[in-house]
Design a protein around this ligand. Structure first.
Ligand code: HEC
Length: 181
């Protein structure tokens, strides 16, 4: 009787799976496990933010994402141009950088749909926002030149809107789905 129960205790430890688990526990002291757990928890916190917009190897950027991004981008770019007109170059620069970040996320939408023309306008708009950032990053800003770059940014926005955006009949806009394949 006693001999059998000893065998029962020894047996599971001989199975490879059990041995591996015990080995892992021995190699990783508790503080290391706790650190690993908190790293995983931190990574989990980052996930919702990254899946909602652009990141991940194959992110899904829906029409709703496009509309939401455009809706926040509009006032930001309007703010850039108002700040340029008022000669408030630090506000203009801040909002131009933010606008660039927002607009850049939308490239996935057009790539997923093989819209090379849209990708082209998008890149042009991003390049012009970069040029604006550069123009606003010098000691003495050429105010008129900065305003002109602001106009060029808006032109790039409008090139895409002319093809892929239409009024939604309710005072707003929507994607012109008829322009998509
Ligand atoms: C590559 C194409 C493309 C580019 C570039 C682009 N947009 Fe758009 N934008 C769209 C499409 C498509 C819509 C319609 C989607 C919607 O609103 O549902 C839209 C909608 C908008 C709207 C209306 C949002 C709403 O529904 O009320 C604003 C504002 C806007 N864009 C601003 C901008 C600004 C500012 C830029 C340039 C910095 C820009 N867009 C660049 C494609 C583009």
């Amino acid at each position: 009787m006693q001999r059998r129960s000893q065998d029962a205790r020894v047996d599971p430890a001989r199975r490879p799976g059990t041995r591996r688990r015990r080995g892992l526990r021995r190699r990783l002291p508790r503080p290391a496990l706790a650190a690993a757990a908190s790293i995983l928890a931190a990574a989990a916190l980052l996930l919702p933010a990254s899946s909602s917009a652009q990141q991940g190897p194959y992110p899904i950027f829906t029409e709703a994402h496009l509309e939401a991004t455009m809706t926040t981008l509009g006032p930001n770019v309007a703010g850039v141009r108002a700040a340029l007109a008022a000669g408030d170059h630090s506000t203009a620069k801040e909002r131009a950088i933010r606008s660039r970040e927002q607009l850049a996320t939308t490239i996935t939408f057009w790539r997923d749909r093989d819209r090379d023309d849209a990708v082209g306008w998008l890149r042009t708009a991003l390049n012009r926002l970069d040029a604006l950032d550069t123009a606003l990053s010098v000691e003495s800003v050429d105010a008129a030149a900065a305003v002109a770059i602001g106009d060029e940014v808006a032109e790039a926005c409008n090139s895409c809107h002319a093809v892929y955006r239409e009024p939604d009949g309710d005072g707003g806009y929507r994607l012109r789905t008829s322009a998509l394949p």
